[in-house]
Design a protein around this ligand. Structure first.
Ligand code: FAD
Ligand code: SF4
Ligand code: SF4
Length: 372
């Protein structure tokens, strides 16, 4: 058996192996639980170069750029319109806008209505950048965009911390670090695509073919912005987590996150390979703010320099303030994880699956209640 990525299962699904294989023989497809995973298509064509293993952050115990935070900030865009459309304070978008204006290309995530998937894409202009605004709370497919990156040009690349850690390995391997700025975020995890498929199929019965989706919306207040606004050919829906939306209930009860999110996530707290980490600053300091505040952590001088050139307001803050409310350790994999991912593939209504999950969580929920 050849030594390549073919023997790796239940990984982060970051896709960097597929975009860096010189023989183009690695495909990224969904595994049985609904998460991206690499597969070697033509084992005979493998030249055992080892590149796919070198760039893989899942099989390494270490993080590619293990630097300590330089500084932490509570930040927001000075542009009220940008702040309104972004998930938190709009700092992610301000960084992208700033770099696009300086000739960088931006690799971000947009929703593709035809495939009903989140995909990484390359934006060259401000107008193209707009599709990257807002968090898409499903796993994104990176390979097509990463494969089209020209290592000699300048890029900003955004993604989950595991995607960014593999991408950092990739640019270290090909010695082109200086052409790239990397951003990740505090990451809760990604849910099984079976959840999204089941949920969106039900919604399509009401609104017709989906035209657009927004997972975060400040139509109400920022603290009530976990909601789904879906436009279809026939109608629109607006479902809020605070009013029982089942996609967010299943995502945030941690019952069907990626296997690697529970077993191998090395990126909680301040562990990152990015130049800048962003997130929602949900803590007590800004609990009355309803416009959105980004928690920002810089890890490199490049990140620190860029941050201070933006059209943003920054309040230098402690790590405790900026990271309050974030997960600091990986979550424990629920015993029912495989079964729940399987249930999501069946015709059983999502509401019943949710009740089942809540039943299995009863001891935990009771423990939380008794603590109050
Ligand atoms: C799956 C997921 C889990 C998250 N978990 C947390 C968390 O636990 N705590 C927290 O504080 N913040 C979390 N975030 C980040 C948060 O939702 C905001 O994106 C962040 O606060 C930045 O907001 P913004 O206003 O600066 O910009 P926004 O405009 O909201 O920026 C969104 C950025 O995220 C990128 N992006 C969007 N969807 C995806 C995706 N599916 N995969 C990779 N990149 C994507 C876009 O390219 C863009 O650069 C998560 C985001 C995602 C996608
Ligand atoms: S070892 Fe090289 S050729 Fe073989 S799959 Fe990995 S990257 Fe491709
Ligand atoms: S929780 Fe960790 S492993 Fe899961 S998507 Fe986020 S960074 Fe990757």
């Amino acid at each position: 058996m050849k030594s390549n990525i073919g023997h790796v299962n239940n990984c982060y699904g970051c896709g960097v192996c597929a975009s860096s294989c010189p023989k183009h023989i690695i495909e990224i497809n969904f595994n049985a639980k609904g998460f991206y995973e690499p597969k070697i298509q033509h084992e005979d064509a493998c030249i055992s170069c080892g590149i796919c293993l070198n760039v893989c952050s899942y099989i390494s115990d270490k993080i590619a750029l293990d630097s300590n935070p330089i500084a932490c900030y509570a930040s927001w865009s000075n542009d009220a319109d940008i702040r309104k459309i972004c998930s938190s304070g709009g700092v992610g978008f301000e960084i992208a806008k700033h770099l696009v204006n300086r000739g960088y290309k931006v690799v971000g995530v947009k929703y593709n209505a035809v495939s009903n998937r989140a995909v990484h894409y390359i934006a060259d202009t401000y107008d193209e950048l707009r599709a990257s605004v807002g968090s898409k709370y499903i796993q994104s497919f990176t390979t097509d965009a990463f494969m089209n990156i020209d290592k000699k040009k300048k890029y900003l690349v955004t993604g989950t911390p595991c995607q960014i850690d593999s991408f950092r390995r990739y640019i270290q391997k090909f010695k082109c670090n200086d052409n790239f700025v990397l951003i990740d975020f505090f990451c809760h995890g990604v849910p099984s695509m079976h959840l999204w498929d089941k949920y969106s199929k039900n919604i399509q019965k009401v609104i017709g073919e989906i035209v657009s989706v927004s997972w975060r919306n400040k139509i109400n207040d920022w603290h009530d912005s976990y909601n789904l606004l879906m436009k279809g050919e026939k109608a629109c829906i607006f479902h809020r987590y605070s009013q029982g939306d089942l996609f967010f209930k299943m995502f945030l009860n941690n019952s069907c996150l990626g296997t690697a999110c529970y077993t191998h996530c090395k990126y909680k707290g301040a562990s990152s390979s990015a130049d800048i980490r962003i997130g929602d600053l949900w803590g007590k300091t800004y609990e009355k703010d309803e416009k959105g505040i980004s928690g920002v952590v810089t890890f490199t001088e490049t990140g620190e320099d860029i941050l201070h050139q933006l059209n943003c307001h920054h309040v230098k803050s402690s790590w405790e303030i900026v990271a309050e409310g974030q997960l600091h350790h990986k979550l424990k994999k629920p015993l029912s994880h495989g079964f729940v991912c399987w249930l999501l593939k069946t015709n059983i209504p999502l509401k019943l699956i949710y009740y089942f999950v809540q039943f299995t969580r009863l001891p935990y929920l009771l423990k939380c209640k008794l603590k109050i």
